[in-house]
Design a protein around this ligand. Sequence first.
Ligand SMILES: [Zn+2]
Length: 436
Amino acid sequence: MNIKSISNSNYSKTTISHQAHMHKMAFYSPSPIKNIRGNRCACCGEEMIPYPVTANLWAKITLPISQVVKGLRLERLKEEHPNVYKVLNYFAYMYPNQSLDSILLDGSNHNMFVDSITHTVLEANDSEFPSSVAFRKAIKRETMNIFNIFESNLKNSSEVIKELKPLEKFMHNEKREIFEELESLSAIYPDKKLSELVQLPEVVEKHIRGCYDDAIEFAKKRDFHWQKADEIILKENSNLQDALKKLHSEVNAIYNDDDPQRCAYFIKKLYKGFLEKNNLEHIEKPVLEEISQLPVRGNTKNLVMAKIRNNYSDGAIVRFLTRPAMESEKRIIHVDDGGSNNLTNKVVMCRDCSDDLNKLPFEEFCAYRPEIIENTKKQIKLVEDRIIDGSIDFSFRHYPIEVAKVLDEYTNGIVKPDLAEYIAKIKEMENCEGLP
Ligand SMILES: [Zn+2]
């Protein structure tokens, strides 16, 4: 089968638009690999929240625009960005009972809003070309600032919880536990805001006590396994006492990381290096066995509640619960290694995984999150199915082939999707297309 003949396509140059990206408006994104029904993260395999769902959520939980505009919250905006203020004031007059998010679902309102921001940013940077990266960033920053004003203070917790409930299934680990707690608190205090619930004295007291208990439990477990590993090492070389102390403090530094899996991976790597350096490879197995039982700290519910209590607005709490499960495009080859912005260099991951991958090379990421190998293939298979059933435009038919090539090359064959069946199928469809 000649893959080359069907993979010559110019789609990758045109699919990614370089226009100013509004974080709220990202659901206009033309990317066909995002926003697919039933799409799952290419890393953890969990189902992700599609963009329209999030947009709809904010439209329902933010306060009506007239309430926000009437309040003092916009005084500074009025002074600094009169153009934007004028447009918001117009919206408040036209749609007093709607939220900004729902008003902007209308295309002409959206354009008017974007124009007012563009105008403001242009005035501030008149030397910049509207196509420059700095300009696009400035637009995005201004947009976020305005949305932050509208989203910091939401409707009462009972209304917010009601809208959040269908998204509970997308929340990961401690986020779901926190949602459950907020849900039961809002049943008792339905008129309080989310940010008020987390500051209730009885809630604060409970979590402070919880944090303390968690810390004691953690240290007890950690010291137990450290001591066991130390005993094995010192039996071989009793001069390593000081070196082990240093090693422990390095491990402690890693423990500050939020992600338990990443912690475990790097701690293991650290111990492997230590044993190698001291010519103790022969005891690697029993030492790593102890080390793999070290407790994971991660973000316990108590720790997170303490963080939320101190500086989170209503909007920040909702974002904290939902953002990790939102879709994010992830480059396979990092931009620092020459990775392009083309679709062919991207898979879709939940934000949790995508933040986690960060600058780590994809291949190394596969080593400590091995599930990525199967889940990436599953995502590509899903795209194939959607192209064949017509929910993704047929002009994107080359994407699975191109991205498979990048994955195969960049992971040295670790992620190698099987495309034979798909290629046969689209060849058949191409032939049908040519018929009168
Ligand atoms: Zn994920």
